[in-house]
Design a protein. Sequence first.
Length: 181
Amino acid sequence: MAAATQQVSTALLSDEEKAIFEELIKAARDKAALEPKVSAKEEVVSSGYISNRHKDPVTLRLHDQHNWSGNPVLSYPQFIPRQKHPIEFKHQGPLPQGSKGGVVYADGDDSTARKWLIAFDYSNNKVYAEAEPIGDVDWNVIEVKLDASGESSLYEDPVLGGKAHAAINGDARIVVAWFIN
C-alpha cells in the first residue's frame, strides 16, 4: 500500500486546495506576528494550527499523541471541528532539542474511520503528515519519516481517500496542518 507522499510539491492539490492552504498559512503567520516575543534562552514555544476541511460535518477527535522533545502547552485540542478557521495549539521544548512532537486526529472508531497525523520538529524545520485508515501509530516509524522529511509534506490516502498537508516555518515557529477528504 504505497501512498502518495511528497515533500514541498503541491502537484496533488487542486487550485482551490492550494488557495485554502495558502490562506491558512497567512492566517497563522498573521496570528504569530501579534503574539508577544518570548525569550528563547532555555526553551522554545511554538504554535501549531490545524484545520478540518472534511467534506461532511464531522468533528475530528484526538486519537493519539507523542512528544519526543517538549510537551503541548496545556494539551492538544481534544476536538477539531469542521470550520474555516484553524484550531491552535502550542508546544514547548527545552533547548537545544527544541519542540518535537506528533498528534493524530480521527473521524470515528469503526473500520471505515480514518486518521490524520502531523509530526513536527521545529529545531530542524521539518514536518510530516499522513492520512490513512484508523489504527495504531508506530511512533518510531513516524520519527524516521519525520527526520527524512522537509518543510512541507503532502500525503494522500490511497485506501479511503483524504489528504493531509502540512508546512512548517521554523523562523516564525509555526506549523500549519490541513486535513481534507
